[in-house]
Design a protein around this ligand. Structure first.
Ligand SMILES: Cc1cc2nc3c(=O)[nH]c(=O)nc-3n(C[C@H](O)[C@H](O)[C@H](O)COP(=O)(O)OP(=O)(O)OC[C@H]3O[C@@H](n4cnc5c(N)ncnc54)[C@H](O)[C@@H]3O)c2cc1C
Length: 404
């Protein structure tokens, strides 16, 4: 069971802020390097997987989308294998349902071919299949001339993975304190809602709040989080109507993959996620997590991007906001699988919010993971998709390159 630190002052080798998949994976890697190190992992939430690590699509990606020079390309193929191994070692379910990437029409073929090129150079397993072969894999899928089939893409339950990983690392001696919030630091002492922690190093894996913590240490100063909300619609009619993940060819200038069909670990079908600009960091539903000060900063940033139309933000915002309209949203999914029953969709499911980094000076969305730090602190920024898939090798990388 997670422990609570309230009222206790502590001294540890490593204090990790954030018990999402990234914080947990870094703790795992630190213990693998030195089993005697003392590690305290804190999270402001009372339960695990409350944010992106429990609110994502649960897809173990195969490595197509990322340019060869990126950290995402370097870790996706290996991360996919490592998480599958973790699931099978720990008796967690995996749905090895594969994935098709389909082209809507001729204009999307160059994009499809670029994905195949990137996938090959990243060492991802893939097959180019004809439109007829694509139909054999998934009778409802529609593609123009050809498609990419990825046998290695699979789905897991992200919350189950996070819970098991927390259990495994606690058994190795990592202390996990839930409901404990990082508040600030001064002179080597870290203030938390549970007391003062003295640590050899602070590791910031705080997801949607990582940019603010990094800035307190003088890092990531040219970055800010621009939150994007991912909504899903569950297809409630029949689990067998779609049997594989079906993705469109995305606009590769943005880090979003477009509305797609996900075949979840229990066979349920859902469409999404959207990438709707959010108005505050934890803008999941209604006014939950609302902060007027934070909202003001984010809204003025979005207004600036909108007016300047940086990275085509105006079109992105218009396109994404339409997805609040269920008919429009379902219409996009129907292009991938025209035979699906549009009346079979239920309500919007729990949303996830991407901790997407914006480079302030150039007003661009950052594509790759970013890590910064010095001998006292390490900050993981932009751990966006496929951050879940990459978590194990990325955790090793952060430890080897930035900590030890
Ligand atoms: C809609 C959506 C779909 C996605 N789909 C996929 C997918 O299919 N496959 C994939 O590989 N990736 C996917 N991703 C990306 C993946 O979810 C993330 O890369 C990953 O979960 C990031 O993990 P994290 O640990 O950095 O963040 P989080 O899970 O957000 O963890 C950060 C933690 O820090 C805590 N925290 C914040 N501030 C403080 C503080 N002051 N004090 C203490 N604790 C604090 C938070 O409570 C939180 O628990 C998706 C993401 C989204 C949003």
């Amino acid at each position: 069971m997670p422990q609570n630190l309230r009222g206790m002052d502590k001294s540890v080798d490593y204090l990790i802020v954030g018990s999402g998949i990234i914080g947990l994976s870094i703790a795992r890697s630190l213990k693998r390097r030195d089993s005697s190190s003392t590690i305290l992992l804190i999270d402001k939430e009372e339960q695990l997987a409350a944010h992106a690590s429990g609110r994502n699509s649960g897809v173990l990606h195969a490595g197509f989308y990322y340019t060869a020079d990126s950290l995402k390309a370097r870790f996706t193929v290996e991360g996919n294998k490592a998480l599958k191994q973790f699931c099978s070692d720990n008796g967690l379910a995996i749905n090895e349902c594969g994935k098709l990437i389909v082209a809507a029409d001729e204009s999307e073929l160059p994009g499809l071919d670029e994905l195949a090129r990137r996938g090959r150079s990243n060492g991802a397993q893939l097959e180019i299949v004809s439109a007829e072969q694509a139909k054999e894999i998934e009778p409802r899928a529609h593609t123009f001339e050809r498609a990419i089939y990825s046998p290695a893409t699979a789905t897991v339950s992200p919350a189950q993975v996070v819970t098991k990983l927390a259990e495994v690392i606690q058994a190795q001696g990592v202390e996990l304190a839930l409901g404990v919030r990082y508040l600030g630091f001064d002179g080597g002492k870290v203030h938390t809602s549970g007391g003062v922690v003295t640590c050899g190093r602070l590791i910031n894996a705080a997801g949607l709040h990582a940019d603010k913590i990094a800035a307190q240490f003088g890092f990531g100063l040219d970055y800010t989080i621009l939150p994007f909300k991912g909504l899903y619609l569950k297809y409630a009619k029949n689990k067998t109507d779609i049997n594989t993940n079906i993705y469109p060819v995305p606009n590769l200038r943005n880090p979003f993959l477009g509305v797609h069909f996900t075949k979840t670990v229990d066979g349920t079908i859902k469409i999404g996620p959207t990438a709707i600009p959010a108005f505050w960091r934890e803008n999941y539903k209604g006014f939950s997590g609302f902060s007027a000060a934070e909202s003001l900063v984010i809204l003025s940033r979005e207004a600036d991007l909108f007016l300047r139309n940086s990275f085509n933000f105006r079109n992105l915002a218009f396109e994404e906001l339409q997805k609040f309209n269920k008919r429009y949203f379902i219409g996009l999914a129907k292009k991938l699988a025209p035979g699906i029953d549009e009346n079979g969709f239920g309500e919007f499911g729990p949303a996830g919010i991407r901790a997407q980094l914006l480079k302030k000076s150039s007003r661009e969305l950052v594509q790759d993971f970013v890590v910064e730090g010095d001998e006292f602190s390490t900050h993981v920024l932009n751990a966006v998709s496929p951050g879940f898939t990459c978590a194990f090798p990325f955790g090793e990388y952060v430890v080897d390159e930035y900590i030890l």
